[in-house]
Design a protein around this ligand. Structure first.
Ligand code: NAD
Ligand code: AHE
Ligand code: ZN
Length: 373
């Protein structure tokens, strides 16, 4: 079928806030520098839910969501050299072209080459590869659209991985796990003995814990409003757990509690909630003079962060990252190897599995509190 359109099932988001519709769509052949992937597994990330809710300023409909997917290359367009038919691959919502200003800077993993069209839900040539049953255009999402049995991505938005990894596990390296692990290692550069506070214990927060454990952090304090997350946090290596609705010392705020636990504040904090008031607390529990806070959570359109500038004047730093600062094409195999060598937990994240036809249940489960991925 290489070179021809393929009919397959996809979960289409027709309208903000409404369940996805499973239906047969048409996926065109990959054009030059494009790759068509048979998606075998995909995670459902909080960011998919955020865009489906209508709160994403870039969100448009009808769209095929999904950005945490893995599969097998089905066909390639002209000029594709980085992957071949049959390769096991992970789709990359943060591409890596190695030739734009961003890639060449050596300072960031954000690649600028196709960001504009990706944000509009189109392939780099400005057109989509999906068509709905009535022939209308469907747009892409985050350059990946993994909620389809077949998808087309740019060749800079895909990486071949070790087939031994198992695509059901490997897909999770397409977003949540890489994001948290990378944020601790690449962005914060946690050092041995550093004290850290991690706000939000979902897949991203748990992965930050893993990065902190790998770099031999000192205290690893996890904060979550869901008390059931304490067991998860400790299993991954947290040394302390704080529930903001049930603080240990009366009359103390959450920020004061963390400052007291760490002799003046943490060296690094991470927001893995997307809640702007939490982002403020995460900054303000940092140690005076050097503590830094990394924003990972995605907040809705219109939300803004605030603090007293004094917090920064006195040496705290506010940072953030996407995809854990990871350059997917160069670094993904290394992460997969960490998993294969038993140094990075992946299968532990899989709490629920559903068929594509039941994807709306997967969205419901995401809110249930006992679901990690
Ligand atoms: P999740 O929903 O599984 O986890 C969030 C956790 O935060 C939950 O355990 C929840 O109980 C907790 N929480 C909610 N409100 C809280 C509060 N006020 N105080 C303390 N804890 C609170 O989500 P996830 O998949 O782990 O993703 C976390 C965030 O990261 C989301 O906003 C997601 O969109 C974002 N994200 C960003 C990137 C990136 O590249 N920057 C990548 C992946 C996900
Ligand atoms: N369109 C959204 C962007 C949200 C956002 O920041 N997304 C992250 C990835 S979240 C994965 O779960 C990201 O990659 N950001 C960098 C980028 O270039 O989008 C909004 O809120 O506007
Ligand atoms: Zn995600």
């Amino acid at each position: 079928t290489a070179g021809k359109p393929i009919k397959c099932l996809a979960a289409v988001a027709y309208k903000a806030g409404e369940p996805l519709t499973i239906e047969e769509i048409e996926v065109e052949a990959p054009k030059a520098h494009e790759v068509r992937i048979k998606i075998e597994y995909t995670g459902v990330c909080h960011t998919d839910q955020y865009t489906l809710s209508g709160k994403d300023p870039e969100g448009e409909f009808p769209v095929i969501l999904g950005h945490e997917g893995a599969g097998i290359v089905e066909s390639i367009g002209e000029g594709v050299t980085s992957v071949k038919v049959g390769d096991h691959v992970i789709a990359l919502y943060t591409p890596e072209c190695r030739e734009c200003k961003f890639c060449k800077s050596g300072k960031t993993n954000l690649c600028g080459k196709i960001r504009a069209t990706q944000g509009k839900g189109l392939m780099p040539d400005g057109t989509p590869r999906f068509k709905s049953p009535d022939g209308k255009k469907l747009i892409h999402y985050m350059g990946t659209s993994t909620f389809s049995q077949y998808t087309v991505v740019a060749d800079i938005s895909v990486v071949a991985i070790q087939p031994e990894a198992g695509l059901d596990k490997a897909c999770l390296l397409g977003c949540g796990i890489t994001t948290g692990y990378g944020a601790a290692i690449n962005t914060a550069k946690v050092q041995e003995g550093d004290n850290v506070a991690i706000f939000g214990c979902g897949a991203v927060g748990l992965s930050v814990i893993q990065g902190c454990v790998r770099n031999k952090a000192g205290k690893i304090i996890v904060i979550d409003v869901n008390p059931a997350k304490e067991e998860w946090a400790r299993k991954f290596g947290a040394t302390d757990f704080v529930n903001p609705s049930n603080l240990p010392a009366e009359g103390k705020t959450l920020v004061e509690t963390i400052i007291d636990m760490t002799d003046g504040g943490v060296d690094h904090s991470f927001d893995c909630t997307g809640v702007v008031s939490v982002m403020r607390a995460a900054l303000e529990c940092c140690h005076k003079g050097w503590g830094q806070s990394i924003i990972i959570g995605v907040a809705a359109a219109g939300q803004e962060i605030s603090t007293r500038p004094f917090q920064l004047v006195t040496g705290r730093k506010w940072l953030g990252c996407a995809f854990g600062g990871v350059r997917g094409r160069s670094e993904m195999r290394g992460l997969v190897q960490d998993y294969l060598d038993g140094k990075l937990k992946v299968e532990e994240f899989i709490t629920h599995q559903r068929d594509l036809k039941d994807i709306n249940e997967a969205f419901d489960l995401m809110h249930s509190g006992d679901c990690i991925r």
